[in-house]
Design a protein around this ligand. Sequence first.
Ligand code: WTA
Length: 635
Amino acid sequence: MSTYHIKNLEEYFQVYRKSIRNPELFWEEIAEEHFVWRKKWDKVLEYDFSKPAIKWFEGAKLNITENCIDRHLHIRGDKTAILFEPNNPDEAVQYITYKELHKRVCKFANVLKEKGIQKGDRVCIYLPMIPELAISVLACARIGAIHSVVFAGFSSTALATRINDCEAKMVITSDGSFRGAKTIDLKGIVDEALENCSCVETVLVVKRIQSDIQMVENRDCWLQPLLDKASEVCEPEIVNAEDPLFILYTSGSTGSPKGMLHTTGGYMIYTAYTFKNVFNYKEKDVYWCTADIGWITGHSYIVYGPLANGATTVMFEGVPSYPDFGRFWEIVEKHKVTQFYTAPTAIRALAKEKLDFVNKYDLSSLKVLGTVGEPINEEAWHWYNDNVGKKKSPIVDTWWQTETGGMMISPIPYTTPTKPTYATLPLPGIQLALMDADGEEVKGNQVDGRLCVKYPWPSMARTIWGNHERYKNTYFSTFENMYFTGDGALRDEVGYYRITGRVDDVVIVSGHNLGTAPIEDAINEHPAVAESAIVGFPHDIKGNALYGYVILKDVGESRNHENLRKEINQVITEHIGPIAKLDKIQFTVGLPKTRSGKIMRRILRKIAHNELDNLGDVSTLLNPEVVESIINNRL
Ligand code: WTA
């Protein structure tokens, strides 16, 4: 039986049982056999969920880039590590071999050092999907600096919040980015953000779109001349297994974004192990994940997991609709992609277009299809299975979170029988529980509850940067001695899991987590707005969209409502980014409130979903009459 590469269902159950019986031994064997350590650990695991304190491989020393790059050099030095497919299909593809990646990461790391970046310093990376994004991430890891990648679709305000929260000393950006037929002025956004960030000393600028940008003296430097001068030799900084690797911000149901902190050793082995098994990865494969490295999926399954396995990982700069809706499939054919990993929202958008866009291309290289980020509906699952996989490539519906670092529930292809809309079974080492409202575990099958994890796994986030109390309250205080995911799930008659969605005030729009509170805070900044409440409602392509109920300060506000709606969305775009715009905005005279003044979002959600039959008892509200008026004016 191979613990590292599971080949059939019987083996899965054996491996799973072993991983539960003795988790420490299970992960220790994997760590020992498949990775390079400069010093062995003193203890595999030490944890206490009440604090919470979690340590994996304490005492061990390593560098993750040595595992992702150096150790491959003599066996696969000339193999492509990163295959870069540019936005414009006429621009040349870049095949970056492991040898070349090594050289480019070392040079970049030397530039960071020259600019004063040291172990433990935070570096904010705000780049489009170009090779420098992966290379700068790895360069930080090379010298033990903590990278904080911010998705390049976030606004300057959102960027500034994230830079200030982790007190980044440096920002790495580009003169702009290509997105389909458009260009975006990333450097301008950074300049605006930095007006409010005194912690940043240096901005490194990658030349990508050749635009004419302003460079601030003594702060901004073009990257290329620095790289030209930098040495190709950069010994890896040897760090402790529990030293921080990166911070990645994710939305919470309240307040500011949470900087999830991931550490090095456990994260490395978990992402590598899950990559190998969930994608049934083999040496000659060409693997493609369409996510952006600005999200956790890109961190774990474009950069670290694939490179730790010596894989060829595709990085695509563009969008699925440019130059036309066949672009994804054209790329699959062109590079003979074997594993394809994307989000349900992309599948739904492409399924709306003519089948011709898919059928034109030879997709016979595909062996495994994956989805992530939100529940996949049955229709999208079948479209993907029939038209992309031609019913021969298993679909791995992978459930996980920024906080979990790696996949937690997923079929193993050619092993676990798939079932549409089900993420199926927990991966080895993952001990799940469903909890009821009274805090009791719901046992048995054909049940549902709140999804929790009972035992630590190596890649879990260790804290929220600068706010351990919030980490404890958000994840470890709802249920005693458990990590609470914030998701609801059901377990069917054979023990398969299906994720039913968030049970908190986070809405997943096009696969992006959006906390409703920060959007409400943004809207309330509009001078005409008195109060607002936002809920999610089902949307054909995006999965969910946002519905805002807005009370205006002046009830008799004479301005055109359409213009106000535009202005409100503009405020959201400025504070957070266009991904958080509202699809529907209903102006209302009041919001349903409890006697203690809390907005009853449950009722607003039902109205937005058009489920008017069972609103529940509204008589205990402070203002029951408002419900009727909201119903009558719903959009
Ligand atoms: C949701 C993305 C259903 C879920 C890796 C989770 C999913 C949140 C799935 C985390 C899936 C992710 N099926 N729901 N396969 N995958 N989710 O942090 O609600 O961006 O809590 O991490 O996305 O989103 P995040």
